[in-house]
Write a protein that binds this ligand. Structure first.
Ligand code: ZN
Length: 328
């Protein structure tokens, strides 16, 4: 009897122990599962935040370029481009100074407004090359015996190297537009700007033997993408003896509106007649076939209007959105 009772108790105890073990196992599994889920949630949250930041930055860059160019296209008469590109009031870092310096002028400077009988000058400038369109652009320029200015970025393939050389050999002005053209990297700090600037200047010198003296800021000097005070970069370029050029006439070939070649010509012709010196913004990139298509007709229209087409040189009136001479 006693044995039976003892056995029964033993079995009960074992069963209870087994149930307890199973319970502990289930609880442990749930706890581990919860911990893993929470960790995953946190990791994903960080990813989302960082992606959102990148999206904001890219949007800012795209929207800005578009705004600037549309402003340029819409600029009429005394409606000054420089005035329309409002300096950022949030950080107060952008200075629009209307004091007129010797050679550099604001885009809308009265001294640059065309008067009867003025010999108008236009400087065709191509940003972002070399690209698969550069050769066609050079062919057209050669066909009309017209010289232009190429604000190039750093491409290391052999084809691009040959194009830098061809730009130089055919008498155009080779100028800099940053090495990487990545807003976030170029404008991250003065250090990163210096590094990128030195890289493009040295690279172009190594490839072509030309010591480039002209620069165009990605997005222009009035861009509101840079988190670093643009004046720091302007000061640096001045110390290097390098002149930066913005533009006062935009063809509109980088806006979201897909202009036809005729419209690009029309955009340029509408504005060029307003200024003694027009620096015309065009783009040389793989997707800008319309720009290539517009180039011949654009040159013809300019020549018909008696506008002289020239490459940027030290004689060129410097068109700037932020006047370098206002930056000490
Ligand atoms: Zn660009």
């Amino acid at each position: 009897m006693e044995d039976k009772t003892t056995n029964g108790l033993k079995q009960q105890r074992e069963r209870r122990n087994r149930i307890n073990r199973i319970k502990t196992g289930i609880i442990a599994t749930i706890v581990i599962w919860m911990l893993v889920s929470m960790t995953l949630c946190i990791v994903l949250l960080f990813r989302v935040v960082s992606l959102q930041k990148q999206i904001d930055m890219l949007t800012a860059a795209g929207v800005l370029t578009e705004q600037v160019e549309q402003t340029e296209n819409n600029a009429s008469g005394s409606q000054a481009v420089g005035e329309e590109i409002e300096p950022s009031t949030e950080d107060g870092e952008y200075v629009n100074n209307y004091d007129m310096p010797s050679n550099a002028i604001m885009v809308n400077d009265e001294s640059n407004l065309a008067q009867e009988g003025d010999q108008l000058k236009a400087y065709l400038t191509f940003d972002d090359g070399p690209s698969s369109n550069t050769a066609a652009i050079l062919d057209t320029l050669a066909q009309y015996n017209v010289k232009a200015t190429f604000f190039v970025v750093g491409n290391e393939d052999e084809e691009s190297k040959a194009l830098y050389q061809r730009i130089v050999d055919e008498g155009h002005t080779l100028a800099m537009h940053s090495y990487s053209h990545k807003y976030s990297a170029v404008y991250e700090s003065l250090e990163s700007f210096k590094q990128d600037f030195t890289q493009i200047q040295n690279y172009l010198y190594d490839v072509t033997g030309v010591d480039c003296q002209y620069y165009r800021f990605p997005g222009g000097s009035s861009n509101q993408v840079s988190n670093t005070d643009m004046n720091e970069f302007i000061r640096y370029l001045k110390d290097q003896g390098v002149t930066y050029f913005d533009w006062n006439v935009a063809s509109g070939d980088a806006t979201s509106q897909a202009y036809t070649a005729e419209e690009l010509v029309e955009n340029v012709m509408t504005d060029v007649v307003k200024y003694k010196t027009s620096v015309v913004l065009l783009h040389d990139s793989d997707t800008k076939d319309t720009t290539v298509e517009a180039l011949g007709p654009m040159i013809e229209a300019l020549q018909e209007a008696g506008v002289e087409i020239l490459p940027i040189s030290e004689d060129t009136t410097v068109i700037q959105h932020i006047n370098a001479n206002s930056v000490q």
